[in-house]
Design a protein. Structure first.
Length: 282
């Protein structure tokens, strides 16, 4: 073998070794980029996660711009993006055995992919003064809520024979008590279903429950408190479908039977999808 051929063979061998070494080093570097310091597969999806984070930030920004006209369901989506979860409470003149909240709860859970928990904090037949007297709002703090649906105690105020001025004052204080217990909660006034037995059943002040209802609606408007006026919606639904109120109520002519619960829950769900001002919440 000539010197020239021997040198060529050595050079070719050296180049082959170099190619193999660089190839192994490149493979090693690529693997290192795909592994985190603990040896687990790193975010081969890191760019995807960054994009997802950017998407979440963009959604939050969009929601922030529309806080004055978000629906409650939109607001719950906003909360779950911001906090990963949210809590809703039905509070006030509501009983444990009413069925319509279950239908509303199921709808909320379906729409929010189980990221929302729902509770009842019932004070059936309480009036606005008794809610304050017994510090009922403090009970809400035991399971802090992001949204409180305050079922207004207009029937209780009629029975207790409270003056309209005092009723309005007590309701305002009841709202403030909730906000004190839960400063970041969105509190929504909710009017009750109509009652056939108590409409026209005047107390000593010549007031029936509709007088207290109107006062509560006025308080909500004066204080910019979000309102679901389901009483008015319920009456409109009865008229539209040519239904008699008594056919939708239980034997006490106040609570709802199965048909009434179906109507009330349907109307409640419609309100969940209607735009309201959510700026008094988080």
């Amino acid at each position: 073998m000539t010197k020239k051929k021997g040198f060529a063979l050595i050079l070719l061998f050296s180049l082959t070794v170099a190619v193999i070494w660089f190839g192994m080093d490149y493979q090693k570097n690529q693997k290192a980029q795909l592994l985190d310091p603990t040896g687990n597969e790193a975010s081969a999806n890191s760019s995807t996660k960054k994009e997802s984070s950017a998407d979440t930030g963009g959604q939050l920004e969009d929601f922030e711009k529309k806080r004055e006209k978000l629906s409650v369901l939109d607001y719950l989506t906003y909360l779950t993006l911001k906090k990963q979860a949210a809590t809703v409470s039905f509070y006030g003149d509501i009983s444990e055995n009413e069925t319509w909240p279950t239908a509303v709860e199921n709808y909320i859970m379906e729409q929010t992919n189980q990221n929302v928990s729902v509770h009842r904090v019932p004070f059936p037949d309480f009036d606005s003064y008794r809610l304050l007297e017994e510090n009922a709002a403090a009970t809400l703090a035991e399971e802090p809520s992001d949204i409180v649906f305050f079922q207004l105690p207009v029937y209780g105020d009629q029975v207790r024979d409270i003056s309209l001025a005092d009723s309005g004052s007590y309701l305002s204080e009841a709202y403030e008590a909730i906000k004190k217990a839960l400063p970041e909660a969105l509190v929504i006034f909710v009017t009750p279903n109509p009652s056939s037995i108590r409409q026209g059943d005047f107390n000593s002040r010549t007031l029936d429950y509709t007088s207290y209802l109107d006062q509560a609606i006025t308080i909500a408007a004066e204080n910019a408190i979000p309102l679901f006026d389901l009483h008015a919606e319920y009456e409109a639904e009865l008229e539209t479908n040519n239904l008699d109120l008594s056919d939708t109520l239980a034997d006490d002519a106040k609570q709802l039977n199965a048909k009434g619960a179906e109507i009330y829950s349907k109307l409640f769900i419609e309100q969940l999808n209607a735009p309201i001002d959510t700026t008094s919440g988080l």
